[in-house]
Design a protein around this ligand. Structure first.
Ligand code: MG
Length: 386
């Protein structure tokens, strides 16, 4: 049976890989709708190639231009447009790969309509994990992770085996500064921080890899996806990005999922689960690799993982504050306004000063996000900016 798929964030790194997966499996999947930000050139190519029924973009102006160019295409815009695309009648799966918290309502709409949410967007679970997992459980909707580490854990858990879990071990590439043990972090330039050793990704997530904030967000994600206690989630540095993560059961048996670093693999699995489909990723050649290396996290230099555990112990809106503070700090670092280590101090300070409250719904979450962003900007202006 052909599955109808919606891709949110189709012009980003994950979105392009998702369309590559659909292109390679046309007999299985049909692209029903897509949403993008403002990369109109690529979006136009995608619409021409896949002929979706509907498209959502950020601005009204871009939506108008698309409508003129493709008269039979349903065009939408703004956050409501994103939500409407996710709610298109007939959609089976929604691939959520929008950056940041913009995709929050669309993710909720997907779950509410009992569609499969193939989740690449980290913020959804970091910011609103309790709300969306409760909603998914209440509706009987599936959330299948695309993030390579979460996909690995998901793939290692046979049905019913989660209750025998002792811990999960997330692997982290360590980013570009892992090997420079004596490097003064204050001298790190934007260019250096953007040079990721193994994965090719967007700018924000590449900086998050360099700070291990990306792994910290994944610690929070894992807690919600697999209903874990904070102390059950560990991180190990694995620069080759071949072992995508591991699970250990109560009998000390450890399972891992391996593969070359290629996002098409977890994307395809999120769509095909519980089946598997032939993929076009290269096979893993272990003998050519020779060995796999693992190292402990240096929590003194990279305090991100500890902050994530604090966030989990705190609960309430701590995830929203953590994520918002980091987003703002990274924006300022990328703009050359604050030094690299100020990302850590800024996020730590925001968590210290916050008056935590449990969100009753999505509106509360978004209010916490907006307020935390505002406070972080203020803090940077007053105390960090150079
Ligand atoms: Mg990841």
């Amino acid at each position: 049976m052909v599955q109808s798929v919606v891709v949110l964030g189709s012009t980003g790194s994950i979105g392009r890989s998702a369309l590559a997966v659909l292109r390679e499996n046309r007999e299985r999947f049909r692209l029903l709708g897509l949403a993008a930000g403002s990369n109109m050139r690529l979006l136009t190519d995608q619409v021409t190639e896949f002929g979706p029924e509907a498209v959502a973009v950020k601005s009204r102006q871009d939506a108008r231009e698309l409508a003129q160019r493709f008269p039979r295409l349903k065009t939408l815009h703004g956050n409501e447009g994103l939500e409407e695309i996710a709610s298109l009648p007939g959609a089976d799966c929604v691939i959520a790969a929008v950056n940041g918290t913009d995709g929050l309502q669309a993710a909720f709409a997907t779950v509410r309509l009992k569609r499969r949410l193939c989740l690449a967007n980290k913020e959804t679970l970091v910011v609103a994990g309790d709300l969306i997992t409760h909603e998914a459980a209440a509706r009987g909707a599936e959330i299948i992770p695309i993030d390579s580490e979460q996909s690995a854990i998901f793939q290692c858990l046979a049905p019913g085996s989660a209750r025998h879990l002792r811990r999960v071990i997330l692997t982290a590439s360590g980013g570009p500064f892992f090997k420079e043990r004596r490097r003064d972090f204050a001298s790190i330039t934007v260019q250096e921080a953007l040079a990721h050793p193994t994965w090719s990704m967007g700018r924000k997530i590449t900086i998050d890899s360099a700070t291990l904030m990306n792994k910290a967000l994944e610690v929070i994600e894992a807690r919600h996806l697999f209903a874990l206690r904070p102390q059950q989630i560990e991180v190990v540095i694995h620069p080759q990005s071949v072992v995508h993560s591991l699970v250990e059961f109560i009998d000390s048996s450890v399972l891992a999922q391996l593969g070359i670093p290629d996002m098409r693999l977890p994307i395809l699995y999120s769509l095909s689960h519980p089946q598997r489909l032939p993929g076009s990723c290269h096979s893993l050649d272990l003998a050519a690799l020779g060995r796999l290396e693992f190292f402990p996290v240096d929590h003194e230099r990279f305090p991100s993982i500890r902050m994530a555990h604090d966030v989990l112990r705190q609960g309430k809106d701590a995830g929203a504050v953590f994520n918002a503070a980091n987003e703002v700090a990274v924006e300022h670092f990328l703009a050359g306004r604050i030094p690299f280590p100020a990302i850590f101090t800024t996020v730590a300070r925001m968590l210290e000063d916050w008056d935590f409250r449990p969100p009753a719904g999505l509106d509360d979450v978004l209010a916490s996000v907006a307020k935390a962003r505002e406070k972080t900007v203020e803090f940077i202006k007053k105390e960090v900016r150079r």
